[in-house]
Design a protein. Structure first.
Length: 108
């Protein structure tokens, strides 16, 4: 997830999204969106420029292997911007497909 932080902080949304499976489902207070392209579009609309993206930090709470090639990860995120700071939590389901990819993301 460190590579995601670095990509986000440099304004590289495609690099940030590289950790997501093409068929990811993303759940938030705004609803559920499935598909990496659709999730990427939501991010682009919500964070249209580097100022809106700010600096992202993750804190990993727990990583729990649950089955062969699958793991749950919980933690917190903080987004520091020039005019505000946002924060929340997440639960991620990762799947090994030659590399770890996020297949479910519940961010709140």
């Amino acid at each position: 997830m460190h590579s995601q932080e670095m990509a986000w902080d440099s304004g590289d949304l495609d690099g940030f999204m590289a950790a997501y499976h093409p068929d990811v489902c993303f759940v938030s207070v705004r609803g559920t969106t499935c598909g990496r392209d659709e999730v990427t579009g939501n991010y682009r609309r919500s964070y249209p420029d580097q100022g809106a993206m700010g600096d992202l930090a993750f804190r990993i709470g727990e990583v729990l292997p649950i089955a062969d090639g699958h793991a749950w990860c919980t933690g917190d995120w903080t987004l520091h911007r020039s005019n505000d700071t946002l924060s929340g939590g997440f639960t991620l389901l990762w799947r090994w497909e030659g590399k770890w990819l996020i297949v479910r993301d519940h961010t709140y």
